[in-house]
Ligand binder design. Structure first.
Ligand code: SAM
Ligand code: SF4
Length: 439
């Protein structure tokens, strides 16, 4: 009998689809496997085990997972994790027999046990789709991060809102909050390691609270922004949970980045009601106004859904007018995609896919125009830029981003992680350029 290989001889690769929560979950699984002696493989072809961390928010990206699995070279063990795994369950293995284990969003703490069982051909462990109501600290100290100077810190998970179109409450279950001491410990550890930017993560970060510490989300930002964090960010904020004291706090804390992701989904109150979003157009605009009045440089980004069942052309025009009023820094826009179990999935759709796409294109064209105008207004201005990477295509050039997450192409000599002060010399709809002038 050949000697049994030790775990450390085995390699793994994780491919991540979807949101920053998924990226952060992949970092956690990576840290757990590395701590247990597994080795990371840069390429799928070099890995014994391939983990796919999937996203189910819209149908098309969810479908792509299956063609991706079909392209993985034979002979690998394959784990399907994430939201597609959670919503599709074990039935997915019938559809794609190459999947060895289907792991739900609350079972990542078992990734080492699962990986070893698959490699040593013990079969897939049980109960890999169970939810747990308690917050679980997965890794004592994260060893695998995608960036050395910018880090995600998750503070909550799940969602209680049940927007009529959204699968997240079914794939991530109800809200659970990370206790304050664990958040503070992780942030301190990151700062000691030289991290400059902290991004607090959760489906609805502004519903966070820690009852035993007597803290809500604004109290959390108050405590963390008193630490030497260069830029503190948080994503995503649900407009229905807005607290007026957040504006006051941000006005006095310049290290809380002046950009808030604040998904509107639609500019029509009628549609927002049908989507079960718990705010109106005027309430949303009133919040934006409060920030604009009190915080110079404040900007917003948003998500929009085009062609929701029952959306009229008038509703769509209201969405376009919201874009013009807010003048977003950027928007993520999607064609409505019916998702299993959601309330909207049984609604009759009157628009064809082409009609929905036409609305999406119109929205994107309006937003591109707004961005271009805003970017041109920035030409000649001085900006602080976090330098992230060398330009992949053009030698001697670098890529960085501003406080409001605008991509800046830089020429000159830089070091990744450096905060540079640059003058913007030209602008396009999606990025800025800084000339040689630099202090
Ligand atoms: N919790 C955040 C909020 O409520 O603002 C959003 C999180 S959700 C995972 C990310 C985005 O996906 C949503 O803001 C929405 O625009 C989009 N989305 C969710 N379900 C969708 C669907 N069925 N069709 C199209 N887009 C969808
Ligand atoms: Fe989905 Fe709505 Fe929850 Fe956001 S708030 S995750 S859109 S159900």
């Amino acid at each position: 009998m050949p000697p049994m290989k030790s775990v450390s001889e085995h390699t793994f690769h994780i491919t991540t689809f979807g949101c920053q929560m998924n990226v952060n979950d992949s970092e956690k699984m990576c840290s757990l496997l590395c701590e247990a002696g597994w080795r990371w493989a840069d390429q799928v072809a070099d890995a014994d085990l391939v983990i796919i961390n999937s996203c189910a928010v819209r149908e098309k990206p969810a479908q792509k997972i299956f063609s991706y699995i079909g392209r993985i070279p034979k002979g690998k063990r394959i784990v399907l994790a994430g939201c597609v795994a959670q919503s599709g369950g074990e039935a997915l293995q019938k559809r794609q027999p190459r999947i060895d284990a289907v792991v739900g969003t609350h079972q990542y703490h078992r990734i080492v046990e699962i990986a070893s069982a698959l490699i040593f051909e013990e079969g897939s462990p049980d109960n890999l789709l169970d939810f747990s109501g308690e917050w679980r600290e997965l890794v004592p100290s994260m060893t695998s991060r995608s960036s050395a100077f910018s880090a995600f810190v998750s503070i909550m998970e799940g969602c209680n809102n049940f927007c009529a179109y959204c699968i997240v409450p079914y794939t991530r279950s109800r809200e659970k909050f990370r206790p304050y001491p664990a958040i503070e410990a992780e942030v301190r550890d990151l700062l000691e390691k030289g991290v400059k930017e902290i991004v607090l993560l959760g489906q609805n970060v502004n519903s966070w609270r820690d009852d035993s510490a007597g803290m809500d989300f604004v109290a959390l930002l108050d405590r963390l922004s008193a630490m030497p964090i260069f830029w503190l960010r948080f994503v995503t904020s649900y407009p229905g949970y807005f607290a007026a004291k957040l504006v006051d706090l941000m006005a006095e804390r310049p290290n809380i980045a002046r950009l808030m992701h604040f998904p509107a989904q639609s500019g029509s109150t009628r549609l927002l009601k049908m989507m079960n979003r718990r705010y109106t157009r005027s309430q949303y605009l009133d919040i934006i106004e409060r920030f604009y009045r009190k915080i110079p440089g404040m900007e917003f980004s948003s998500d929009f859904i085009c062609g929701y069942p029952g959306e009229t052309d008038f509703d769509h025009q209201l969405t376009l007018s919201l874009l013009e009023k807010v003048r977003y820094q950027s928007v993520f826009s999607f064609v409505y995609s019916p998702r299993p179990n959601t309330r909207a999935s049984i609604l009759r759709e009157r628009l064809t896919l082409e009609e929905k796409k036409a609305r999406l294109q119109e929205l994107q064209a309006v937003q591109a125009g707004i961005q271009l105008k805003k970017h041109r207004e920035m030409v000649g201005s001085r900006q602080r830029v976090l330098v992230t990477t060398a330009h992949p295509k053009s030698e001697g050039e670098w890529i960085g981003r501003t406080e409001q997450l605008r991509v800046v192409n830089l020429s000159g000599r830089f070091v990744p992680g450096e905060i540079a002060e640059v003058i913007i010399s030209s602008a396009g709809p999606h990025s800025l350029r800084s000339g040689p002038a630099r202090t």
